[in-house]
Design a protein around this ligand. Structure first.
Ligand code: ADP
Length: 195
């Protein structure tokens, strides 16, 4: 099962992907997490990505596609995987289509988490408060100014993926304003209908 999560920053993609990964036993591939790991490990990719990410821009399609391509060849992806944060541009979606075509493994479903834009900044603020309260470090791109930049990048570069996948009949819309449990239940229903 190959599942793509789509939605603006703060929509809850990571939260839901993590849950589904645990309940279904298939890995969550978060390009944001992979890039942050590369930064922490000071790899050449991490060094290239660090500044771009801190200002809320997108890392180049080639770099991200390279990471994903290597990752989906790992044995734990054999049963399927959940893509969280990739593809993020139409060229990335085209690269993914080519990669999957070579492997004869089509995307099964695209879950679009729909959220009211005004509430996203409020969600970010509460995420920052929670992170600080737990004693963890706040991501360098999790501040209001950079977050608004990321939202703009989403609308401009990522939102066009919705019509791209709609044309393929793959998109299922989800009310991302519902509670975490309700969103998870809706996702489960869609995934069960695939089996
Ligand atoms: P969010 O969805 O909350 O914005 P992510 O962790 O998915 O957070 O992404 C954080 C940053 O990582 C992005 O703003 C971007 O700079 C970089 N990034 C993640 N995935 C991609 C991707 N597929 N293409 C380009 N850049 C990416």
């Amino acid at each position: 099962m190959i599942v793509i999560f789509l939605g603006p920053p703060g929509a809850g993609k990571g939260t839901q992907a993590k849950r589904i990964s645990e309940t279904r036993g298939i890995p969550q591939l978060s390009t944001g997490d992979m890039l942050r790991a590369a930064i922490a490990a000071k790899t050449p990719i991490g060094q290239k990505a660090e500044e771009v990410m801190a200002r809320g821009d997108l890392v180049s399609d080639d770099i991200v596609a390279g990471i994903v391509s290597d990752r989906i060849d790992e044995p734990d992806c054999e049963k399927g995987f959940l893509l969280d944060g990739f593809p993020r541009t139409v060229p990335q979606a085209e690269i993914l289509d080519r990669l999957l075509e070579e492997k004869n493994r089509p995307v099964d479903i695209v879950l679009e988490l729909q959220v009211d834009q005004d509430s996203l900044v409020e969600r970010l603020k509460s995420r920052i408060r929670d992170t600080l309260a737990s004693g963890e470090e706040v991501r360098p791109d999790d501040n209001e100014e950079t977050f608004r930049k990321r939202l703009g990048v989403y609308l401009e570069q990522t939102a066009p993926l919705i019509p791209y996948y709609k044309e393929k009949g793959l998109v299922r819309e989800i009310d991302g304003m519902a509670s975490i449990d309700e969103v998870a239940a809706q996702i489960d229903e869609y995934l069960n209908s695939l089996a």
